[in-house]
Ligand binder design. Sequence first.
Ligand code: SF4
Ligand code: SF4
Ligand code: SF4
Length: 271
Amino acid sequence: MAKVFVIDVARCTGCYNCQLACKDEHCGNDWTPYAKPQPETGQFWCRVEEYVRGAIPKVKIHYISKICNHCANAPCIPAAKNGAVYRRDDGLIIIDPEKAAGQRQIAGSCPYGAVYFNEALNLPQKCTGCAHLLDHGAKLPRCVDACPTDAMRFGEEAELAELTAGAVVLRPETGAAPQVYYRNIPGMFIGGTVYDPVREEIIEGASCRLQSGGKTWRTATDEFGDFWFTDLPVGVFELAVDAKGYRTRVFAALKTDESLNLGDIALDACD
Ligand code: SF4
Ligand code: SF4
Ligand code: SF4
């Protein structure tokens, strides 16, 4: 039965335990025929990436733990000679450390950059799904077992169906059909602070209306004068900010290819 990983970004605290556990399991340990040792530095079969959005003081950070996607249509398999990369019955993709020696092209074939070339061993290497543990009674790979928040899950596809429903895979356009699913990857945000420049006070309850492609989002400023539109798609937006007794401010052509902190927005009082 096919196994899958599910990673819930909303539960990830960026503690790096998964990355460290992978190092602990695979550095200095020869798990042939599953894998030879992972280098101690520079190469990360489990890699936690930090994403910073917005600008000070409106900044949001999230972390995404990345491993081999154990793709159902893995381009690393046909790129290998002599069957050096293969899929197991449980769906895990393994680089055979004996057959793959010198096959640098395997590293180049992965659209996710999940395969590293270990120069010292003359060998392409990557996450094995900790198949050496699973085959000897372990229920979970080391990285999943080490995750303190259950942000990482691993199991039968059918058992995790509730979690994979609505989840996404990274860069689906590669056609590789990843078997690592991600939940709650945050979208972009637009935020700002609305204030009265004459009274030098923030304005609470100012109405903020965002529009794009016929769709409208609404919110209001909080007790700090702040507003946030979160989880926005990439696109072009128009924002209108108004409050009773003030002139409306309009911001056109706001592009959310990155999150935007619009900073302090002054509203002028009506005459
Ligand atoms: S992520 Fe890369 S190395 Fe892993 S199975 Fe997919 S193509 Fe192969
Ligand atoms: S499954 Fe094992 S080899 Fe793969 S990233 Fe996790 S700890 Fe590392
Ligand atoms: S161990 Fe879990 S919480 Fe910590 S960085 Fe990895 S996925 Fe995130």
